[in-house]
Design a protein around this ligand. Sequence first.
Ligand code: ATP
Length: 372
Amino acid sequence: MAGVRLVDVWKIFGDFQAVKEMNLEIKDGEFMVLLGPSGCGKTTTLRMIAGLEEPSKGQIYIGDKLVADPEKGIFIPPKDRDIAMVFQSYALYPHMTVYDNIAFPLKLRKVPKQEIDQRVREVAELLGLTELLNRKPRELSGGQRQRVALGRAIVRRPKVFLMDEPLSNLDAKLRVKMRAELKKLQRQLGVTTIYVTHDQVEAMTMGDRIAVMNAGVLQQVGTPEEVYDKPANTFVAGFIGSPPMNFLDASVTEDGFLDFGEFRLKLLSDQFEVLQELGYVGREVIFGIRPEDVYDALFAQVKVPGENMVRARVDIVENLGGEKVVHLRVGGLSFVGKFSAESKVREGEEVDVVFDMKKIHTFDKKTKKAIF
Ligand code: ATP
């Protein structure tokens, strides 16, 4: 087993910077998710770790071994990096049985026949494929095929697994099931795993840590709790969570309020102190609050009109069964609340809305970085 380390890694295609100054350390045995929107450079990063792409600059280490450093002319090819990859399209050999598909990488490496048999059967047992070893891929369901692809990766006992959206071809229900299975399997095997996805739910549920990328730049690395509770900037704050965080411009008043023009919210004393110390009093900030921290006042514990409560118009109610996503408006300001299913709000009516002030975020207007 081994960790993976990227030091000041860049990838430049022509004059396009796909990955910029990437510094990332993945610990031995860790499940690290690379998360970001389409085109942000996640796959390119993974391909550089795999050795399918050479970095333009920087160093990549697998364990203690330097596997890529263009300045020193070092580039270890994929087959010598002791990694295994699982992709979105799992490309099983259609004419081979499940057994032969899993055995294939070992045959290539000329592992003795008896050992191959033992390892294939072990892996099949682990993945619940024992009964299916004699079938061909076309006789399997999508989830079973994906497990065979995993089996083919696992059987090699690599130091590192690299996975690029491996579940995205599966239907929604199977994806949820495989998500849990894959996570469990990774724990059992303890192999360092780097997993690329644009799906924030997948990232939150599977990752020990998440590396959030945007436009080739690493935005934040942290546990799911850290990126959710303490997003480093408005990009991370808006990318993680569904529906996304609400953002509104507000000015910080001398008497400790956030003034939105249409209404005001009273800052908690420690929040106001931070803004005072950093010189934000009298200036505008970006206020952020997650829909789940906006309540129908009937279900809120602490409500003080003019401090954490405001009367809002209900534009749209999306009933999700277990909860209601409510689109609200105060004058020209719109935001979304996730209300409990018991809330009786109706479109076109007014409702008292409470903000959980302990859960609010503020960001610098210019840099978009979190203040708190
Ligand atoms: P997706 O989720 O859509 O796969 P991604 O975050 O994995 O997105 P990458 O595949 O890493 O994105 O691509 C990052 C950027 O680099 C994209 O804008 C892409 O067009 C560009 N790019 C990738 N490979 C090449 C290449 N060989 N030549 C030129 N540009 C490339």
